[in-house]
Design a protein. Structure first.
Length: 242
């Protein structure tokens, strides 16, 4: 489907949600659509199928006593997918929350699509429960991408931090090695010295738990110090599984 049509669908979804037009909204979701909400909050989980998604949306309104709303900021599309940047607001138990997406994951096959196929989803699933204090943008998937693609995508989505999972090939003995690159304040022109790298995530290499632990440490330190790269040292302690 052309990128323009994908963008139009996303905008219709947000418009129908804002107008509380349930029938129009229902027609925009496939029966087998899946909606994932990371973290450990009351709304976290994987909602599998159109009916489950609508139960989730109904619960979202109920949990916030009808105060939840969203404002579409920008839409990023290709012929295969679309990502929406939006601002969400709602009140629950007397507390009001307003947030924008600030964290973006980009998945690129790079030099080894096999690495992405084998390891990316599991690594994301390992770290996702620890991200409840992060606001997460939609995951972007890039074919034949390189590390710097995260700078462009993160800049256009207004993310403060981007994490790129990319397939690497350090040698013929390990054709499925996954690399993780983190950049604070992504924008075109960033150099490798301004990133932090976690490499060799695979069976027989760095475990998912160790990689997730190192990444979480770096993310938290990057947010605290407002930087990444050679000036941000990695000194993580115990793993998530310890």
């Amino acid at each position: 489907m052309p990128a323009a049509e994908n963008e139009a669908i996303v905008r219709r979804i947000f418009d129908a949600f804002a107008r509380k037009e349930g029938l129009a909204l229902r027609g925009l979701f496939a029966e087998d659509a899946v909606w994932s909400v990371p973290g450990r909050g009351v709304m976290a989980g994987v909602y599998d199928g159109r009916e489950a998604i609508f139960r989730f949306l109904a619960k979202l309104s109920k949990e916030t006593e009808g105060t939840y709303g969203s404002e579409l900021i920008d839409v990023l599309t290709s012929d295969d997918r679309a990502a929406a940047l939006y601002r969400a607001r709602g009140t629950r138990h007397g507390r009001t929350l307003e947030l924008e997406q600030v964290l973006l994951f980009v998945i690129a096959d790079g030099l080894s699509a096999l690495a992405i196929h084998r390891h990316a989803a599991t690594l994301l699933a390992t770290i996702a429960p620890e991200l409840e204090h992060w606001r997460i943008a939609p995951v972007s998937i890039v074919e034949q991408g390189r590390v710097a693609i995260g700078d462009e995508v993160g800049f256009r989505l207004g993310a403060r931090l981007v994490v790129v999972l990319i397939g690497e090939r350090p040698g013929l003995s390990s054709p499925d090695s996954l690399g993780v690159y983190m950049t604070w304040d992504p924008r075109p022109g960033r150099t490798d010295a301004e990133r932090n790298c976690i490499s060799n995530v695979r069976d027989g290499g760095l475990s998912y738990a160790d990689a997730a632990h190192r990444l979480l440490f770096l993310m938290n330190e990057a947010r605290r110090r407002q930087l990444s790269g050679v000036n941000l040292k990695e000194a993580a302690g115990q793993t998530l599984s310890s």
